[in-house]
Design a protein around this ligand. Structure first.
Ligand SMILES: *[C@@H]1O[C@H](CO)[C@@H](O)[C@H](O)[C@H]1NC(C)=O
Ligand SMILES: *[C@@H]1O[C@H](CO)[C@@H](O)[C@H](O)[C@H]1NC(C)=O
Ligand SMILES: *[C@@H]1O[C@H](CO)[C@@H](O)[C@H](O)[C@H]1NC(C)=O
Ligand SMILES: *[C@@H]1O[C@H](CO)[C@@H](O)[C@H](O)[C@H]1NC(C)=O
Ligand SMILES: *[C@@H]1O[C@H](CO)[C@@H](O)[C@H](O)[C@H]1NC(C)=O
Length: 406
């Protein structure tokens, strides 16, 4: 730690330093240390001994870290790259102590770990808000992963793309970007300057983030410039061992972090209880997975990009005549994508569980009258295990010889 890091970022900061006290021996943008050294003014009152005799840290009332540095509890400034590394960089461990509690994490094929440390079973091939308009320090964060079903024999969900949206609370200025396996890979290889493609907003990534790449574990890390939060995205390549940590991770290092709850975001502050409470308030008796399904596909704040996902969302919102029918669609159709045994079967026999999900929703939302979606669904679920409720309707209406139990 020392001048190596500082030399790279000599940028004006506001510090409680009186320029008049520097002697003529130092240039005007340098600070005269008690030991005679001249150091950049930006080193003054950073919490770090830049002079060697600590004289640049005397009489400070305000400590401001330069961009790219995080202010420890003990006022030391450490590079943002030191955050959440399991190494006590600050000396007081404050660079590590929020990393586990304020963390939302989604791994390949695993459950989402919420901010409250509970685990949420979230299995959809479509986009959903893991984190939505959640304040962390001076930013509001939205994180929208898009899952896909891995096509190899395991047929697990992987997080292939993530949309990251940030809004500066003070002035409402925004930036939104998207990363995926290819974008992140190019950044790691060095053929792309940023691990995101910007999608929207007046802010530029370089004004908000520091980036880092780790080729050894195929990972990109995005740090807010003053280290208020960080976001990691680990790549997945077919054939990777299961322990590989492909997926994403968001960590807020702000002290006053208050994650919001379900249904605003799925990575909530106590999700298991929240979903149960929500379910009760609606009078729904069925599974939590159905509740998640319903919330994802009736949330018009999420622009679904996959065409089956988009049609599913549009159908639930516009074709299901009432909430009861919407709920029925969620209840009857989530197993197609949410139950491993079911989507494994659908994938083996046909192509996409997403398509079976769409046809199921179209059929239910037609109040079980549309022959086209009935027929398409019957093809897709034929020879799969029981799909309770829907299969009997399908059998009765359009596919008497459907193999699955009714
Ligand atoms: C810091 O404060 C002490 C006493 O308050 C004073 O003697 C000293 O000159 C000050 N040093 C600087 C660099 O302002
Ligand atoms: C979770 O957030 C909601 C606001 O979205 C709040 O009402 C609730 O009290 C929070 N729960 C916990 C356990 O913090
Ligand atoms: C939905 O309601 C409209 C009238 O409000 C009706 O014409 C239509 O048939 C209904 N659709 C279904 C599937 O029940
Ligand atoms: C669905 O159809 C049944 C008759 O099969 C009818 O009783 C019911 O009201 C319909 N529901 C909706 C929401 O249109
Ligand atoms: C169902 O199977 C029977 C006998 O195997 C066959 O005669 C009939 O045509 C089939 N029906 C349909 C709709 O495929």
């Amino acid at each position: 730690m020392g001048s190596f890091f500082y030399a790279a970022c000599v940028i004006a900061v506001i510090a409680s330093y009186n320029a008049g006290t520097a002697s003529a021996a130092c240039a005007s943008n340098r600070f005269q240390c008690d030991n005679g050294r001249c150091v950049p003014i930006t080193w003054v009152c950073t919490g770090i001994d830049g002079c060697g005799d600590n004289s640049d840290e005397k009489n400070c009332t305000t400590y401001v870290c330069p961009p790219g540095y995080w202010k420890c509890k003990n006022n030391r400034c450490v590079p943002v790259q030191w955050l959440c590394t399991d190494i006590n960089g600050c000396g007081d461990n404050s660079d590590e102590d929020k990393c586990d509690t304020n963390r939302c994490i989604m791994r390949r094929g695993k459950k989402l770990r919420t901010f409250s440390n509970t685990k949420e079973r979230i299995k959809f091939p479509c986009k959903y808000n893991a984190v939505r308009d959640t304040e962390c320090g001076s930013w509001k964060i939205t994180i929208t992963p898009g899952n896909v079903i891995e096509a190899d024999k395991d047929k697990r969900y992987i997080v292939k793309t993530v949309w990251l949206g940030v809004e500066r609370v003070s002035d409402g200025m925004k930036w939104e970007g998207r990363t995926d396996l290819r974008i992140a890979e190019k950044y790691i290889e060095g053929s792309k300057p940023e691990p995101f493609n910007k999608k929207d907003g007046a802010l530029e990534a370089k004004d908000i983030f520091n980036f880092a790449a780790s080729s050894s574990d195929d990972k990109v890390i995005v740090y807010e410039k003053s280290g208020q939060w960080m976001f990691r995205f680990n790549l997945y390549s077919p054939g990777d061992a299961w322990h590989k940590s492909s997926g994403f991770e968001f960590i807020c290092l702000s002290d006053n972090f208050q994650p919001s709850g379900f249904p605003d975001q799925i990575c909530g502050n106590g999700t298991k209880d929240e979903v149960a409470t929500f379910k009760k308030s609606k009078g729904w008796k069925d599974s939590r997975q159905a509740v998640l399904f319903h919330e994802v596909f009736t949330n018009d704040g999420i622009a679904q990009t996959d065409s089956d996902c988009k049609t599913t969302a549009d159908t639930i919102s516009n074709k299901c005549n009432n909430t009861a029918l919407q709920w029925e669609a969620a209840r009857l159709c989530w197993p197609v994508v949410g139950k491993s045994r079911f989507h494994t079967c659908v994938t083996r026999n046909l192509e996409r569980p997403e398509s079976a999900m769409r046809h199921c929703v179209e059929y239910v939302c037609s109040n079980f009258t549309d022959p086209n979606s009935c027929f398409a669904l019957s093809e897709e679920i034929d020879r799969c295990q029981d799909l309770e409720g829907v299969s009997s309707k399908v059998k009765a209406q359009c596919a008497p010889n459907l193999s699955i139990k009714a």
